[in-house]
Design a protein around this ligand. Structure first.
Ligand SMILES: [Fe+2]
Ligand SMILES: [Fe+2]
Length: 353
């Protein structure tokens, strides 16, 4: 009897160390999907075209992914990790809301750097853009995510499974040295205080983070700020990771980087990045999670072959997204494709350590 008690004590201690036990997690298996960066722009908008982002196809592609998600049995919810619209235009917000409301399951969004008002500058003729508070307000509704007056939120998406959604956006100002709008992000002081309070209250539950900007770099260019790529990562990502680690958070999902599904383990946390709906390789990801493990599968968004050809051609023709290691040579193209398609991580499974 004493021996049996000893074994069970060991099991209990191990589970507590993993942060997976606490008062007992109620969800035993949950299936969800992550979609990202739809950059919705209705084709009727002046100046919309198919470039690296397939501006004219964003509505069709997002409708297509919603239709496919509706066919997945036992799907519990959908996460959307930001860059909802081209640039927070009112008609694009309405269009995205219409499309997402076609989902049979609840969905939860975060704001990206494209989902707030743009500060006008002399070099660009740009349409009306809205305040991020207005954009966030459009997503208050049936899902129980966004709440009035806030641009970030927390919500228990399943029993003892808590989603924490960041607002990493900051003013969309033109930066002459970079030749583009600031696409970086930061978690401000008020949100850090809010986050710690949320984490403190949910220590006995599983917490997953949804953020547009990543908390880790995904390549050398991100690390070295090539093409201002340091802006793919939160400015204060070290500080945020330290706070999440303190409370044993295991899972972080981000977008913004427009590479295929990939993950890395940093600070005892699993960081996943999600591909864009609107740029090659247009994909979404389905996850299955238990309190002990996570498996996933990245899938191509259903689209006609000519749309795939166009996406790939425009991807290969682009200079800015190539990065320092991917020159326009056969070998450079192979590495460029490998980096963005990430074929080795189309499917995966891991046990929390
Ligand atoms: Fe994006
Ligand atoms: Fe972004």
């Amino acid at each position: 009897m004493r021996k049996r008690f000893g074994i069970w004590s060991l099991v209990l201690v191990s589970l507590l160390e993993l942060g997976l036990c606490g008062s007992g997690l109620a969800f035993d298996k949950v299936k969800f999907a992550v979609i990202s960066d739809p950059h919705i722009s209705i084709p009727q908008q002046k100046g919309v075209s198919d470039g690296y982002k397939l501006g004219l196809k964003t509505v069709m592609l997002t409708e297509s992914v919603v239709a496919e998600l509706n066919q997945i049995p036992e799907l519990k919810f959908v996460l959307l990790s930001g860059d909802l619209t081209q640039d927070a235009e009112p008609w694009n917000i309405d269009e995205l809301r219409r499309i997402l409301d076609g989902l049979k399951v609840p969905y939860y969004v975060v704001l990206g750097n494209h989902d707030l008002s743009r500060v006008p500058h002399e070099k660009k003729d740009q349409p009306v853009t809205l305040s991020k508070y207005t954009v966030a307000g459009a997503f208050i509704g049936h899902s129980g995510g966004m709440v009035p007056g806030m641009t970030y939120y927390t919500h228990e998406v399943d029993k003892d499974l808590v989603l924490v959604s960041f607002d990493t956006s900051r003013a969309q100002v033109f930066v002459p040295e970079a030749g583009l709008n600031d696409f970086g992000g930061k978690l401000d002081v008020g949100q850090l205080l809010w986050l710690e309070e949320v984490l403190r209250k949910n220590q006995q539950k599983t917490v997953m983070i949804l953020t547009h900007h990543s908390l880790v770099p995904w390549g050398e260019g991100d690390q070295n700020n090539h093409n201002s790529w340091g802006w793919f990562r939160l400015d204060n990502s070290d500080e945020v990771r330290a706070l999440l680690k303190k409370y044993g958070v295991k899972l972080v999902f981000s977008g913004h980087r427009h590479i295929s599904t990939r993950y890395q383990q940093v600070d005892d946390m699993y960081h996943f990045v999600s591909p864009s709906i609107a740029t090659y390789p247009m994909r979404y990801t389905v996850y299955e999670m238990t309190p002990e493990e996570l498996s996933w599968e990245a899938k191509n968004i259903p689209a006609p072959p000519e749309v795939w050809d166009l996406a790939r051609r425009n991807f290969l023709a682009d200079k800015w997204w190539r990065g320092p290691d991917h020159p326009d040579t056969p070998e450079g193209n192979r590495k460029y494709l490998d980096f963005y398609e990430s074929p080795a991580t189309m499917t995966g499974k891991m046990t929390y350590k």
